[in-house]
Design a protein around this ligand. Structure first.
Ligand code: NAP
Length: 271
């Protein structure tokens, strides 16, 4: 956005909004003066203004009316209330971006009639710029809008464009996935402690092993099954561990976790 006059308005200055603001500024995608945020909490506003030198006010309507790009980052339960409140400020030349989990494009387009609307599902590693955001676009979105949204969300990690029908599946994998991976990390650390490692050392070994394996797969393109075959020597230590994991059903547990999160996302979307 730095080469244009686009003004980004953010409604709701919580955790996800702050991650996005922080990365947009640190990566030079936006200048602080291009960003304004509104939040109900004065403390949050004070924090965001002093930390990032952006503009902030407790006036959703004022932020919405002076923005070309409007990012909705409030909790999903507040959507109907906020959409009604914003309606007088919305113009069809504005681009509306929603990161609200479970609010479909149809509801967004009904609330912001005639506006180009983009629905985005980021995930928590966005906080450190290592997220992955799935984007799905409404009927009024053109290529420039899409390119702009991709540029904004590239600041917090990777971006994939998907049909909306896959949004619940994405939520089940990359949306909920950080919690699943956190459990694996914690369990590997506990395993290390169980065999006598000090916790801080076990934690370092587990984290670097997870990170290193992911980086190896990413950089070489090796199939995970091939990697597993390479490190399991006959009668060795690793195959003993793999056998224990298979007996405990690790792979089926992880598959079921994604399926359960997907189903829950579908249920929540129907409420
Ligand atoms: N966190 C994630 O990993 C993640 C991932 C994907 C999608 N999302 C979506 O991102 C959205 C925001 O999530 P979050 O984790 O950033 O939530 P959050 O930290 O609770 O942020 C929401 C912010 O909006 C403020 N707010 C409440 N009422 C408001 C109002 N009437 N007008 C303006 N601001 C108001 C809240 O203030 P108070 O705290 O004072 O109420 C809070 O600062 C959610 O819709 C969520 O579904 C989050």
């Amino acid at each position: 956005m730095s080469h244009s006059q686009h003004q980004l308005g953010i409604i709701g200055g919580g955790v996800m909004a702050e991650s996005i603001v922080s990365c947009l500024i640190s990566k030079g995608v936006c200048q602080p003066a291009q960003i304004q945020v509104s939040d109900i909490s004065r403390d949050r506003l004070h924090h965001l203004i002093t930390q990032y030198q952006i503009q902030g006010m407790d006036d959703n309507l004022a932020v919405a009316s002076s923005s070309q790009v409007l990012l909705l980052a409030i909790k999903p339960q507040l959507f109907t209330e906020i959409a009604t409140q914003l309606q007088p400020a919305i113009r069809t030349d504005q681009l509306v971006i929603s990161i609200l989990a479970g609010v479909p494009l149809a509801r967004l387009e009904a609330a912001f009639g005639g506006c180009p609307v983009v629905r985005v599902m980021p995930n928590t590693p966005a906080i450190v710029g290592a997220g992955i955001s799935a984007i799905t676009v409404g009927i009024y979105v053109n290529e420039q809008h899409l390119a702009l949204v991709q540029r904004l969300f590239n600041a917090v990690g990777e971006v994939v464009t998907i049909p909306e029908s896959l949004m619940d599946a994405v939520t089940g994998l990359s949306g909920s996935g950080p919690a699943f991976v956190a459990l694996i990390l914690e369990a590997l650390t506990d395993g290390g402690v169980a065999v006598g490692l000090p916790r801080s050392l076990a934690s370092q070994l587990a984290l670097q092993t997870l990170w290193g394996t992911a980086t190896l797969v990413r950089e070489t393109g090796i199939h995970p099954a091939q990697l597993k075959d390479q490190v399991t020597s006959p009668g060795g230590t690793t195959i003993a561990g793999v056998a224990a994991l298979e007996q405990a059903g690790l792979r089926s547990a992880l598959m079921r976790a994604v399926q359960a999160a997907y189903q829950r996302s579908q249920e929540l979307g129907q409420i």
